[in-house]
Ligand binder design. Sequence first.
Ligand code: NAP
Ligand code: GLV
Length: 313
Amino acid sequence: MRITVCLSDNNRPEPWVEGLRRELPQAEIQIWTPGAALADHAVVWAPPQQFLDEQQQLRGLFNIGAGVDALLNLRLPPHTRIVRLDDAGMSVQMVEYVCHALIRHFREFDVYEADAREGVWSYRRPRARRDFPVGVMGLGVLGERVGHAIAQFEFPVQGWSRSPRQIDGIRCFDGDQGLDGFLAASRVLVCLLPLTAQTRGILNRETLSRLHGGRPGGYLINVARGAHLMEQDLIPLLDAGQLAGAALDVFASEPLAPEHPFWRHPKITVTPHASARTQREESVAQIAAKIRALEAGADFDTLPGVVDVQRGY
Ligand code: NAP
Ligand code: GLV
């Protein structure tokens, strides 16, 4: 069995090759270069089109991230199956990020930090959690765990998914017909959707104005993909007070340009696509276990994280 590794965006392939060699000693593992020998499986992040055009016989394309939107923009070999990371250490990071952003906003810690810089001793009036219901868009591997963590802090939590779900402690909405009720019941909105034709631009003037029954003071946490947000709609909503703030980890164009107004807007917190980073050791172990299962005769459809290309995630 031959496995080829093709990583872009400053991901060094060598440590992945070493890890895969340790986990799969019987396999031949190589770093892809143009014209390299044909492989059975590939471990990839944003590979060039030339890679896929050459490696037409691949059985499995193992993405070292959870989101496969970039991969699905490429022309794929006809019989190759895509497998994404299934958690692999990401969900706990998402929990940290989202709970931190939510609690920082709810408890007004930014105001205390500003006061502390001026040596001001002053209390904010306590706020009630029932006035800050949180809506999680996407109840998959990451969204469901984030929803449970928020519920542990005793905020009312609702979630929205494509298909109907029943989850203890989370009020579930689904589909286009469920979106209205979901938005109306949510003051803080967390986006953990995959980027697909249906979800692109879903965070826009119209949907964000429907938060909390149209009342002012909504808050947005986007940790999914930048293209979920219509960026030009955000600052007018913040300046009008319809939204009280936003924590953004992802952007339509990354890295975010130094002159982008999001960096300096007082109600926007920017992080550099850092909410949940790929954990190499856990990811190598997960990918190797899946390749071992396939080599032992398992069907792709039995593996967690197999992508449905038609659905887009
Ligand atoms: P997942 O397990 O595939 O979950 C996706 C969820 O979104 C599912 O609940 C799905 O509904 C729902 N969904 C999809 N299309 C929908 C639609 N049209 N309407 C309503 N709900 C829809 O994905 P995941 O592992 O949780 O990851 C989610 C996304 O997070 C990734 O795609 C990636 O873009 C992003 N991410 C970002 C970072 C970062 O560092 N910022 C890190 C990791 C991942 P069903 O349950 O009905 O299928
Ligand atoms: C990161 O954004 C990922 O999709 O894993």
